[in-house]
Ligand binder design. Structure first.
Ligand code: DGL
Length: 295
């Protein structure tokens, strides 16, 4: 029987895993963090695609029938190519495997949250440069055009947020400084934003600070700026997917277990994971194929 694989460059995907296990507690999960090569958000398309493909193939080899890219950067840069180019080859060998991302379920909720169509995307430089959020939102709003929907998307790359979080510095004055800096830059470009998308799975750890920043500005508070985090959305979307796809659901074992794998030191992962999870974990170290050949 098969498991559900959850992949992130590092720890951020744990925010998604937690929400998924809350929604679908019965399945068996395998989490993989490529911590040794994180952060991905400052790498080029080709590097992110190759790293993500290695991780996905590895999770398939570990009997995962479904892999969730619990990483916006990997979803933005690698998902489409893996789905179009690599999955047909893998599935031609007789397997029934699929890879799902986190961007589509996130953008699908935006129209029900924004009142004025002004949306701010907070994400890694790689996700921002992919323009995935802009393109996906425009597509969704095109479909809504009969209802008079219009969207104006402004993106803000936040290159220092992931390193701050991965280094446990997200509750410090240093984090306050960079929260202020990036939100200030974003709202300076569109003061009408009423919806903020946390387009990186690490960012829920900064959600309280971001909301505090919004509250501290009378102008934004008045507009009722809403912050969208992804965990619950992705979890509900996976639950819905499994209802619609019995060919995957029937493959999945239901022992309610979860294993944690990392390309970094296992003790270090276990220790840092406690920042993201409510219960302690014992991680295992793994080496991904081609890992040593990286440039
Ligand atoms: N958590 C990843 C995301 O959602 C990004 C972290 C990284 O830059 O590696 O985009």
């Amino acid at each position: 029987m098969a498991k559900i694989g959850i992949f992130d460059s590092g720890y951020g995907g744990l925010t998604i895993l937690e929400a998924i296990r809350h929604e679908l507690p019965g399945y068996d999960y395998l989490y993989l963090g490529d911590n040794a090569r994180a952060p991905y958000g400052t790498h080029s398309f080709d590097v992110i695609y190759q790293y993500t493909l290695q991780a996905v193939r590895f999770l398939f080899e570990q009997d995962c029938a479904l892999v969730i890219l619990a990483c916006n950067t990997a979803s933005a840069k690698a998902l489409r190519t893996i789905q179009q180019k690599d999955l047909p080859v893998i599935n031609a060998q007789g397997a029934k495997r699929n890879v799902l991302g986190v961007i589509r379920p996130t953008v699908e909720t935006v129209p029900s949250v924004t009142k004025n169509g002004h949306v701010g995307i907070l994400a890694t430089p790689a996700t921002v440069s992919s323009e995935s959020y802009v393109l996906e939102l425009e597509k969704i709003y095109e479909g809504l055009s009969g209802a008079g929907g219009k969207v104006q998307v402004t993106q803000q790359a936040c290159p220092l947020w992931v390193p701050l979080i991965e280094n446990g510095e997200h509750n410090t004055p240093g984090a306050d400084y960079f929260v202020d800096k990036y939100l200030h830059d974003l709202f300076a470009r569109d003061p009408q934003i009423d919806t903020l998308v946390l387009g990186c799975t690490h960012y829920p750890l900064l959600k309280a600070k971001i909301e505090q920043w919004v509250r501290s500005s009378a102008q934004h508070t008045k507009r009722g700026v809403q912050c969208i985090a992804q965990g619950e959305l992705v979890a509900c979307s996976l639950a819905d997917y499994l209802i619609r796809h019995p060919e995957y659901r029937s493959q999945l074992s239901q022992g309610a277990t979860c294993r944690y794998l990392t390309t970094e030191n296992a003790d270090r992962f276990s220790q840092s994971a406690s920042v993201f999870l409510s219960t302690p974990v014992a991680a295992e170290h793994v080496s991904l194929p081609n890992f040593r050949n990286r440039s």
